[in-house]
Design a binder for this molecule. Structure first.
Ligand code: HPA
Ligand code: ZN
Length: 343
């Protein structure tokens, strides 16, 4: 489509990208060897190509997450996280992403003896280099994990606070810090209310909050993320479209929904990109951004591919694209000064 070149040139922001979800099969195998980490013995671990083929056959969020957390096992050093962050930021910058807010799962690393400070150190080294070379900015958002006990989330959150990671809302280009707090992993049977006390504590400390909801879970989990957790953004949120009252609430509160239509197809949340409720969001005034989620696990479809797939499925006008891109900048958690530069 002739619009694809325009979509490439537009200044984009990405808000829903898991750092660990950018680990390619090739890098997974090479880090496993470098760090002497044994991989599982199944036939899908015979080679990077075999693993890639297994990734093409995910049947659900939990089926994906099992492989996703095996991927974590090869990440050990600050340098591993620097390599991962730099590769993503350089690719994103070449697709005209100007600002990225990057999720990571602290509990998936500290449980293996990898410290949050090693991750942050690697991230910051890469973010500083990418800012200088490509003028892209990046912030981190730690996500608490729903498949683990709430007490584990609480201990994780408290240790992040105690270490000062949320302090001073650094947010600048010079010293990229944490932009807010997230919640992800398994959704079904994990109602948001279980994390209410932790999210109330975050709110009282002035920490921004975003929640994965309405991916596999029902529309009422999106409503609960807003009401019980004070979520300021909703990650995925596509099943909100099943309940008009929830859609109205998202519109009324001006909440940005960080949609990942290609991820939804790969995890069987939707049969096609065209099934994503973006027309409902447009018609009802729900703001959204378009994102890649875990591109290395979802056919290597980074943000440019996501924008093009949406353009092909929905045929949005140039004016509609301008609004989508503007809502993404406005809904970012960088400084107002930075937003003005991006716009
Ligand atoms: N949903 C929930 N948890 C996740 C996802 C997702 O799409 N990607 C990585 N962790
Ligand atoms: Zn996600």
């Amino acid at each position: 489509s002739p619009l694809h070149a325009l979509l490439t040139s537009m200044p984009k922001c990405e808000h829903h990208l898991h750092l660990e979800g950018t680990l390619s099969c090739e890098l997974l195998f090479s880090l496993a060897e470098a760090n002497t980490i044994p991989l599982p013995s199944g036939p899908e671990f015979a080679s990077p190509a075999a693993l890639r083929a297994r990734y093409a056959a995910f049947t659900s969020l939990d089926d994906f997450l099992a492989y996703y957390y095996i991927g974590f096992s090869v990440l050990l050093t600050a340098s591993d996280f620097e390599q991962l962050t730099y590769a993503y930021l350089s690719r994103a910058a070449h697709e005209n992403v100007r600002h990225a807010e990057i999720f990571f799962d602290p509990q998936g690393h500290t449980s293996r003896g990898v410290s949050v400070s090693a991750i942050v150190e690697g991230f910051q080294a890469a973010a500083k280099r990418a800012a200088q070379e490509f003028r892209i900015t990046a912030l981190l958002i730690p996500c608490l994990l729903r498949h683990l006990p709430v007490a584990d989330s609480k201990a994780c959150f408290e240790s992040l606070v105690a270490a000062g990671h949320f302090d001073a809302r650094k947010g600048g280009e010079a010293e990229p810090g944490f932009a807010g707090l997230g919640l992800c992993s398994t959704e079904l049977s994990q109602p948001p209310a279980h994390w209410a006390e932790i999210f109330a504590a975050a709110k009282s400390k002035g920490i921004r909050r975003t929640v994965h909801a309405g991916e596999e879970g029902p529309a009422r989990y999106v409503a609960a993320a807003l009401a019980d957790l004070g979520a300021m953004r909703i990650d995925h949120g596509v099943r909100a479209a099943e309940d008009d009252a929830v859609i109205e609430k998202l519109a009324e509160q001006g909440v940005l929904v960080t949609v990942c239509p290609v991820s939804n197809v790969c995890l069987r949340v939707a049969k096609s990109v065209a099934e994503s409720p973006l027309s409902v969001f447009v018609d009802k005034g729900v703001k959204f951004s378009l994102n890649s989620d875990d591109p290395a696990y979802f056919g290597d479809h980074y943000i440019q591919d996501v924008y093009c797939a949406v353009e092909e499925a929905f045929g949005f006008s140039i004016e509609q694209w301008a609004k989508i891109v503007r809502d993404a900048v406005d809904g970012s958690w960088c400084t107002e000064e930075r937003k003005a530069v991006i716009r």
